[in-house]
Design a protein around this ligand. Structure first.
Ligand SMILES: Nc1nc2c(ncn2[C@@H]2O[C@H](COP(=O)(O)OP(=O)(O)OP(=O)(O)O)[C@@H](O)[C@H]2O)c(=O)[nH]1
Ligand SMILES: [Mg+2]
Length: 443
């Protein structure tokens, strides 16, 4: 986990809240001071920290907890919400044909990130390729080639050519038909100087990239902000990749400063390997940092009633026919474990699709199938998960490729989903059935 120290201090603070006899203004003052200290140690900007702590204090003292939520839970929620807020909005790269140009100063992680991005898109079923547009550093060609070979991604480069634009143009020609996502590596410089800007602009004209991603080493701390701003003014960036978050205590500074610039952080690098790469989602990031799981168990009692409410809401949504693949995915998570799986199976008229009434010895096969379904869903986009009806032949092919399965497996998932959806909808008019389902699932 990145930002371990910050995470530990914040967790300690939240535990203070969870274990306190009363949540009063004295406790809130202590908590706010703890949070300030933790954020400053993680290099978050002083002004930002002061603003944030003022907001937390004001909300914690003035807002009443919503029904069903304890005071403690409420204060923890406020801390969480305000921390998410300073990280800005989430943005995702689209899963479609595109050209991505990497830019950034020397040694920030551009070349490594090319391999990580390619791996990400390959998993989503697209065909990525990389082009070695760094013609200045002698070892740059070999480095990208090695990375590409390792993750089995097509590579183009020309060791003898010293004109970056020529190399990139040849590469674009080569991959015109054979690749969906073309990732162009470029060279770094010590400073954002005129010749770097000119070369970036020339490559930009030659490639017309969909995305211009700025790569910044998180160890630069709050300097990430001015760096992002300067690049944005020079060439216009569409997203930031913050690398090496695994190796710095200054990550808090880089994260908060970069997100303030306007260009959103799209990915974070958390190690040297191609898979040490995460989509950046502020809410998910903070939840993990705070160890919301641990805190939840501390607050079990307050949580129980909330959880019940959430589950009930989900159940009602599902039964009204609004059942998406996201819901199904969550359900599968909930259902991993034979006991609960057989409960659901009993509920479904005829058991699982294509299986007839489910037998115990069939359970293993079903569990296997469900885990395969989850891999397939991991290769789908949010849009497809929300509205699976848009998944037709070409998308099926892409998804199957990404998940490493056959087209028929994807079709099987869709069929399974449709049966589930119909079954859920069928329950909407049947109160007795609804009650039974709730009870069985112990909502
Ligand atoms: N721990 C860690 N190391 C990283 C990460 N990303 C990159 N690195 C390492 O950082 C060093 C520099 O990475 P490169 O990808 O070569 O950086 P670059 O921006 O292409 O550098 P130039 O082409 O010289 O400008 C390499 O040793 C990488 O292995 C990361 O997320 N975590
Ligand atoms: Mg490089």
């Amino acid at each position: 986990m990145v930002l371990d120290d910050l995470g530990e201090s914040l967790k300690g603070t939240l535990k203070k809240i969870a274990n306190a006899a009363h949540v009063d203004s004295k406790l809130i003052k202590v908590v706010v001071r703890d949070i300030q200290r933790a954020l400053l140690q993680a290099d978050v900007n002083v002004k930002l920290v002061l603003e944030l702590s003022k907001k937390i204090e004001k909300r914690a003292l003035s807002e009443k907890p919503p029904a069903g939520m304890s005071n403690r839970e409420h204060v923890i929620r406020i801390v969480y919400e305000e921390l998410v807020e300073i990280l800005g909005d989430a943005r995702e790269l689209q899963i479609k044909k595109q050209i991505i140009m990497m830019v950034g100063l020397y040694g920030q992680g551009k070349t490594t990130t090319c391999g990580k991005l390619a791996t990400y898109f390959k998993k989503k079923g697209l065909r990525p390729a990389v082009i070695a547009g760094d013609v200045h550093r002698p070892a740059a060609y070999e480095q990208l080639k090695q990375i590409a070979d390792q993750v089995k991604i097509p590579f183009y480069g020309d060791k003898k050519e010293k004109n970056a634009v020529k190399v990139v143009k040849s590469g674009m020609d080569k991959f015109k038909r054979s690749a969906d996502v073309i990732i162009v590596d470029t060279s770094g410089r010590h400073k954002l100087e005129d010749d770097l800007i000119d070369e970036m602009k020339d490559i930009f004209k030659a490639t017309k990239p969909t995305e211009k991603l700025l790569v910044i080493d998180a160890a630069v701390g709050q300097q990430a902000g001015p760096q992002a701003k300067a690049f944005d003014e020079a060439v216009g960036i569409t997203g930031i990749v913050l690398t090496k978050l695994d190796g710095t205590a200054k990550g808090g500074g880089a994260l908060s400063a970069a997100s303030e610039v306007g260009a959103p952080i799209v990915f974070i690098g958390v190690g040297e390997h191609a898979t040490d790469f995460e989509k950046f989602d502020p809410a998910g990031f903070i939840s993990r940092l705070l160890g919301m799981g641990d805190i939840k168990s501390l607050l079990e009692k307050a949580e129980e009633s909330l959880k019940g409410k959430d589950a009930e809401k989900t159940a009602r949504r599902i039964m009204s026919g609004k059942f998406t693949l996201h819901d199904m995915y969550d359900q599968m998570d909930m259902l991993s474990g034979m006991g609960s799986l057989s409960k659901i199976a009993e509920m479904l008229p005829g058991g699982f699709p294509g299986k007839g009434k489910i037998k115990n010895e069939d359970m293993d096969a079903t569990e296997n199938k469900l885990s395969k379904f989850k891999v397939i869903m991991d290769s789908m986009t949010d849009e497809e998960m929300n509205d699976p009806s848009i998944v037709r032949a070409s998308r099926i092919k892409r998804i199957a490729r990404g998940a490493g399965v056959e087209n028929k497996n994807v079709k099987e998932l869709l069929k399974y989903y449709n049966v589930m959806k119909r079954t859920m909808k069928g329950m909407s008019g049947n109160r007795k059935m609804q009650k039974k389902l709730m009870k069985r699932l112990q909502f």
